[in-house]
Design a protein. Structure first.
Length: 119
């Protein structure tokens, strides 16, 4: 079982920055693909970014390319999402997710952290 805990959300003005953190426990994060998703009320969960176990080839949804950066520190069992040039449309609950070697789906989820971007 993998337990994920997000932190770092908050209220920021448009154009500002936040860094989200996701601490993993129960399994070494080096054995996990990690990702960030987000969700606004009334809509489905949206993929934001992912990073593989080897930390190669980070992948982003088009709307955050050039503004968000996903990274990982396996020595700390932590994955990060650096969010710059934030826009009001980035307002959402952000969720950390993980999947093991044999899984095609992200099947471990954190509780979420709220990010609110004011205009």
């Amino acid at each position: 079982q993998v337990h994920l805990v997000e932190s770092g959300g908050g209220l920021v003005q448009a154009g500002g920055s936040l860094r989200l953190s996701c601490a993993a426990s129960g399994r070494a994060s080096s054995n996990l693909d990690m990702a960030w998703f987000r969700q606004v009320p009334g809509k489905g969960r949206e993929f934001v970014a992912r990073i593989s176990r080897s930390a190669g080839s980070p992948y982003y949804t088009d709307s955050v390319k050039g503004r968000f950066t996903i990274s990982r520190d396996d020595a700390k069992n932590t994955v990060y999402l650096q969010m710059n040039s934030l826009k009001p449309d980035d307002t959402a609950v952000y969720y950390c997710a993980a999947r093991g070697v044999l899984s095609t789906l992200f099947n471990y989820w954190g509780q979420g952290t709220q990010v609110t971007v004011s205009s």
